[in-house]
Write a protein that binds this ligand. Sequence first.
Ligand code: 5GP
Length: 190
Amino acid sequence: MKSIHDAVDHKLYSEEDIAEMTKRLGQQLTKDYAGKRVLVVGALKGAIFFLTDLLREMDLACDIDFIDVSSYGNGTEPSGKITVTHDLEADVTGRDVLIVEDIVDTGLTLKFMKDELLSRGANSVKCCVLLNKTARRTTEVDVEYYGTHVGNEFVIGYGMDFAGLYRNLPYIGVIKPEVVEEFSSKHKHD
Ligand code: 5GP
């Protein structure tokens, strides 16, 4: 049987690197939100691994909810059109919301989520992302908390997928170009 690790060209961040970033962010958030009841919103599905680790580093009273937005892309390029495909249960009116995301690339998804939650009456909407891909930003959006910058490479693992796969790699790595090419050639008529 083929291993999921075979799709990785090289490792970028080990489990230890991720734990260090998560701990630092958790400690910062604990300070900054002290005394507040935060509504932590995980962006499905990519953020679930980061979310559960981050929450355990946050010594805060918080509620947890989930949102899924889709940009209708199935490969490595965003399509630009965004809609909510799984909505929050919580009413965000007057709440201090912290969106947790795996990666910010063009910024379109994050901007959409922030604007959406603010328009529903949230008191504040900030975000904590693990990876900040600044080189591809096409829209202005504040990324208040992030683990590290990444370059313009397509990464997988620790929640991040390629065509639905590889989220369960425990580290973050760069995908092998041949995995992308194989997928593209199979789906070229989709
Ligand atoms: P944005 O709207 O900022 O362009 O894209 C955000 C979303 O695109 C992320 O939540 C993630 O799902 C996806 N994305 C962007 N870059 C990468 C990447 O390098 N690897 C993976 N797996 N997903 C990415």
